[in-house]
Design a protein around this ligand. Structure first.
Ligand code: SF4
Ligand code: SF3
Length: 553
């Protein structure tokens, strides 16, 4: 195995990357190898989907399937070998189908079919043993000795960024948002990556294309969520538990939460959000509609083994991030959904949640109410735009001097306390936007307000970076300046590949001087970091005092 896609990857003086029997996330070498095979196979399917488009053939099933299966290879999503093998078998079938359709269309149109290279030529049998034996040919670092670490790093920046895009495409698809051109661009980039491009400039261009693509996908996802559930309104969410039977819903897929809320409304079961599901409380058709959505339980994903073990009800994982459920012995009351998987944990398909409800009723539930403690969420696009005139007035009056976007993923490392300390140290005449699960580092703290405007505004999930970008564009228009001339600084915490996709979007939109932490991605070499720093001002966080001094002068 060789995997270097997330922030917790192994780093040793000898070599970076998880490369022995098991990764830091609990992914075994078998799972890692099966995921490499799947990704390479999917690149080959995209190559045919891309070529087929040139002769007017679009395969809607393959369009939907490729990003979905690609999503299964993100960090902390799917650890189930049988399902990964099945995804690859499905990819083989999709490639056969697309290849035949492509060649048939070429014959009809009298054009010579192209000879596709790289991943498109990769053939594999549907047996797990055969897949594992061919895995070394598909390892992401298979030709590092020829191409060198810089080119490998850039390829991985693209591959991992595109994985993040694929995940958001799947979230959008579940909400009925699909776009044939977006799929086309996805296949173009995916197919090219399967041909092992080795030119630095081309790879940088591809990374920017991935960033632009992700912007469109986040826009589609925003539309899917707001069409289905309304525009979030700022909402107070209880972070403590109340007496009664309970279901916990984790991950990003709001529609799963809605089905659960609808089916539990007269069952005497309380529903809680977990992690990235927190912003659901602010949607009129979710939190606004179901009083038995009583609060948010626990904190960010890395604390789940302890927190889920103490949750006396059923647990539904709708998307990333999942960690080994066995040590806390709650695996028997956990259900995975969608693309998530863990061997031995029930994988729930379809929209009938009776099994989850039964499990919740069997469990003990919470015995008594805890003293409530609240956090605010729901400052998404509309709410931010409504607040914008008041914010602008305070900026003009000199009461707000700077904006910070402190957002991204959470994780285990001690160094991540930087983000807590940073928010605590920001002066009272500054506002902070936050998003994604990194907010759990500080969203239980009291930051006060600037003449009625809360100093910490939770925009939503990681994909709601789209809302934050809309506010930034609106502010730049009002102040008649470029986005980089605004008194705004971005401090991003990263962990997994969705964060890489968002980073590429911000870079593609020309946003400069972004600070990332707690570490720079291990797949980026010093040369690449220097190059990105020269081009975009991207840099690593240092310490709170120094960074605030540099930002605020
Ligand atoms: Fe290592 Fe992260 Fe890959 Fe898991 S996902 S194997 S922790 S790099
Ligand atoms: Fe969190 Fe996994 Fe990245 Fe959606 S849920 S942000 S880490």
């Amino acid at each position: 195995m060789f995997c270097i896609q997330c922030e917790q990857t192994m780093q040793t003086p000898v070599a970076n990357g998880c490369q022995y029997a098991m990764g830091m996330c609990g992914k075994t070498s078998e799972i890692s190898d099966l995921q490499d095979v799947l990704v390479y196979m999917l690149q080959g399917v995209s190559a045919y989907a891309n070529a087929a488009r040139e002769v007017g053939v679009v395969d809607a099933a393959a369009d939907a399937y490729i990003p979905q299966a690609f999503f299964s290879t993100l960090t902390n999503v799917n650890f189930d070998a049988e399902r990964l093998v099945a995804y690859t078998a499905e990819a083989v079938a999709a490639k056969t189908r697309l290849k035949a359709a492509y060649e048939a269309a070429c014959t009809v149109q009298g054009v010579e079919p192209k000879t596709l290279v790289g991943a498109a030529q990769f053939e594999i049998s549907a047996e797990k043993a055969a897949m594992l034996s061919q895995a070394p040919q598909t390892a992401v670092n298979r030709d590092v000795e020829t191409i060198g670490e810089d080119i490998l790093g850039l390829r991985l920046l693209n591959l991992y960024g595109l994985k993040g895009v694929a995940a958001y495409m799947e979230h959008a698809r579940i909400l009925g948002q699909q776009d044939v051109e977006v799929y086309g661009e996805f296949h173009r980039i995916m197919a090219r990556l399967g041909e092992d491009p080795s030119d630095l400039n081309e790879l940088l261009e591809l990374a920017m294309a991935t960033g632009h693509l992700n912007y469109k996908v986040m826009e589609m996802l925003d539309k899917g969520e707001t069409d289905a559930f309304g525009h979030p309104v700022p909402t107070k969410v209880n972070m403590k538990t109340v007496a009664g039977k309970a279901i916990l819903v984790s991950g990003h897929d709001l529609i799963d939460l809605q089905h659960i809320l609808e089916q539990t409304k007269d069952k005497g079961i309380n529903v809680y959000t977990h992690g990235e599901m927190l912003p659901a409380h602010a949607y009129p058709e979710l939190g606004g509609n179901y009083p038995h959505l009583v609060g948010n339980y626990g904190s960010a994903w890395q604390n789940q083994q302890k927190e889920f073990a103490n949750f006396p009800g059923a647990i539904v994982m709708t998307s990333n991030c999942l960690i080994d459920p066995n040590p806390g012995s709650y695996a028997d009351r956990m259900f995975t959904r969608n693309i998530v998987g863990w061997p031995g944990v029930v994988h729930h398909t379809g929209d009938d949640y009776s099994a989850v409800i039964e499990k919740a009723l069997e469990c003990e539930g919470f015995k008594y109410d805890e003293i409530p403690h609240y956090t605010m969420t729901g400052f998404a696009r509309n709410a931010l735009m409504e607040a914008a005139p008041a914010v602008i007035e305070q900026v003009k009056a000199g009461n707000i001097r700077h904006f910070f976007l402190v957002g991204g993923c959470d994780g285990d490392k001690q160094e991540r306390n930087y983000f807590t300390e940073f928010t605590k140290a920001t002066p009272d005449d500054t506002l902070m936007l936050t998003l994604a699960c990194g907010k759990f580092k500080f969203n239980d703290l009291e930051f006060g307000d600037v003449n009625g405007i809360p100093r910490l505004l939770d925009v939503g999930q990681c994909n709601d970076a789209y809302s934050a970008i809309q506010l930034v564009i609106a502010l730049a228009e009002t102040f008649e300046c470029g986005v980089n001339d605004l008194p705004l600084s971005l401090i991003l915490s990263w962990f997994e590949q969705k964060a890489i996709a968002i980073l590429l979007t911000l870079l593609a939109l020309g946003i400069k001087d972004i600070r990332v932490g707690p570490t720079v991605p291990a797949f980026l070499t010093e040369n690449l970091i220097n190059h990105l720093n020269e081009q975009t001002g991207l840099r690593l966080i240092t310490n709170v005092e120094q960074d605030l001094k540099d930002i605020l002068g």
